[in-house]
Design a protein around this ligand. Structure first.
Ligand code: MG
Length: 300
């Protein structure tokens, strides 16, 4: 009998899963697999458990927020042998990645989506020696995502990111950066930067640009320059609210690799909503089609 690992974060999304566990397991019944259930105890528990159990499971399903998915993907990426397909049942507050892949919001439906789905290749980001599934970011907006307590995130949802981010925009110190892609090198002062493989960030659809594909070997890079006057600041804020902020204040491109060097000091990075370290130099590359996710519709 083939085996499934079901790993979930009991505290994600107001502990949403406790009302849905029975329904989820009932859906999984249709798969006729032996199921090992592992509720996570702490941060990195999902990663460690998965990494330590290479070869034991034919499928790994995780439920939780961005952090749980990141740990699951990172655990599978650590395998030297074959990588089992991953199913995802989101329970966090924004779930940009799940939305980008057409995974249903309701947990029972997401479980059925896995039962009816098939493995499909998705790109993963490599960030120095770590991985991220859909966003690596610096500057304004980023503090709120990991410094906001879980229960506040649950209450405020994606609006928290925008409201807190706009507050930060007016106060933030610019970062002096050198950005090297496979196409060009640019330098300047920026207040925000993100490298994404997602159709939304912080619940805001379209903020990562048009023509986003989850398996094209390219990630989108968006760096907002330091505004030089109140008009530029206004353009940035209204652009963020209208999801259309391209122009002289923003450096945007589709790339397969990017190196970001902070010229003056270490800067705090956020990976998939969690603190990713204070760093001077970051090398990011797209790992094309690196993992199989179990999805109903073909990935675009
Ligand atoms: Mg892409």
């Amino acid at each position: 009998m083939s085996r499934m690992l079901f790993v979930y974060n009991p505290f994600s999304g107001k502990g949403l899963i406790k009302n849905h566990l029975y329904d989820i397991l009932q859906e999984f019944n249709a798969l006729d697999m032996e199921i090992v259930i592992h509720p996570t105890k702490d941060r990195l528990d999902a990663f460690q458990y998965i990494a330590e159990n290479e070869g034991k499971f034919d499928m790994i399903v995780c439920s939780g927020g961005d952090g749980t998915l990141n740990e699951t993907v990172s655990g599978v990426m650590s395998y030297t042998g074959s990588k089992p397909p991953i199913g995802y049942i989101p329970s966090g507050s924004t779930n940009d990645f799940a939305k980008s892949l057409g995974i249903p919001k309701k947990m029972k439906h997401a479980a059925r989506h896995i039962v009816n789905g098939h493995p499909d290749k998705v790109d993963i980001g490599k960030f120095n020696d770590r991985y991220f599934t859909y966003v690596a970011a610096i500057g304004a907006f980023t503090k709120v995502s990991y410094e906001t307590p879980q229960d506040m995130k649950n209450i405020l949802g994606h609006q928290a990111y925008i409201i807190e981010g706009i507050k930060e925009l007016t106060m933030i110190k610019p970062m002096s950066l050198r950005i090297e892609t496979e196409k060009e090198t640019i330098e300047g002062d920026f207040i925000y930067g993100m490298i994404t493989n997602s159709k939304s960030v912080g619940g805001v659809k379209g903020i990562t640009g048009k023509d986003v594909s989850m398996n094209d070997g390219l990630f989108e890079i968006t760096f907002i320059r330091q505004p030089q006057n109140p008009i530029q600041l206004n353009n940035i804020i209204s652009g963020l609210l209208m999801n259309d902020y391209k122009g002289e204040t923003v450096y945007f491109d589709h790339v397969s690799s990017v190196r970001v060097i902070a010229k003056e000091q270490q800067i705090p990075w956020v990976l998939d909503g969690e603190f990713g370290g204070n760093l001077r130099e970051v090398n990011i590359s797209v790992q094309k089609n690196a993992v199989d996710l179990i999805l109903e519709k073909d990935v675009k």
